[in-house]
Design a protein around this ligand. Structure first.
Ligand code: FES
Length: 247
């Protein structure tokens, strides 16, 4: 959530603006919680909020589009639509009228995974509101990850746990689907349940994982862990971004 800086109370904790305007830089006017601010035209929403002098206390995590902490909604001039987005990766537009959503309350079932079965009865018991889905597709339109959210909710209604897991794999739990859902379904928690059920009961067991766990327990990587723990942030970052990614 963006809150106005309390300069007198916490002077040492004020962050420097993440985006600095150059003298000749193109600027946009945006409205943050109803107040107009001039911000650099190439700023992300998050950068613009900080440039405008707000301290983001909640609603920011990875700042790279992965954690889902920075759900934002906005409107543009002359456009009736409400746009959802992630503040850390969405660029500002002139006349944008926005607010950040620091947390989206959602019903979360408590369960013992070991006592569940991967089927429709489990969905029915833990998230009965799934069956209120009216297939309006609003959740899909709200998803900043472009996931087929409505489709995975339909799969949940059929008890197709594997398809729920598959279609919702890249969900970052930002909650924008849930806030727009007229049936009040908390889609991302249904997705989490399906992923857990899939992992425990349906996925093929990996011999590589078994082997790696053995190696970890035998302290095979302890030396590397130690080295990494003593590294400077910049070096760690370099290693992280240069790592091999599975295709
Ligand atoms: S801060 Fe993590 S997705 Fe935006």
């Amino acid at each position: 959530m963006a809150t106005k800086k309390a300069v007198k109370k916490t002077p040492k904790k004020q962050p420097k603006p993440k985006v600095k305007a150059k003298p000749e830089e193109k600027m946009f006017t945006i409205f943050i919680m109803g107040k107009a601010h001039n911000v650099p035209a190439d700023a992300t929403i998050m950068g613009a909020i900080e440039y405008a002098g707000y301290l983001i206390k909640r609603g920011a995590g990875c700042r790279e589009g992965f954690c889902g902490a920075c759900a934002t909604v906005y409107r543009l001039p002359g456009d009736y639509k409400i746009y959802p987005g992630l503040a850390c990766t969405t660029l500002v537009e002139d006349g944008m009228w926005l607010t950040q959503l620091p947390v989206i309350p959602g019903q979360k079932a408590i369960y013992d995974l070991g006592k569940l079965e991967p089927n429709v009865a489990t969905i029915q018991k833990l998230y009965p509101e799934v069956f209120r889905c009216v297939a309006c597709n609003t959740c899909t339109k709200a998803c900043p990850q472009d996931l087929e959210v409505m489709d995975y909710i339909q799969a949940a209604k059929r008890g197709d746990i594997e398809q729920v897991m598959d279609l919702s794999f890249d969900c970052i739990c930002c909650g924008l689907c849930a806030i727009r859902c007229p049936a009040e379904i908390v889609q991302y928690n249904v997705s989490l349940l399906a992923k857990r059920l899939y992992g425990k009961y349906l996925s093929k067991k990996s011999p590589e994982l078994k082997k790696r766990l053995k190696q970890v327990k035998a302290k095979k990587f302890d030396k590397e862990y130690k080295e990494m723990m003593s590294m400077k942030k910049d070096k760690l970052k370099k290693i992280y971004y240069e790592r091999d990614l599975e295709s």
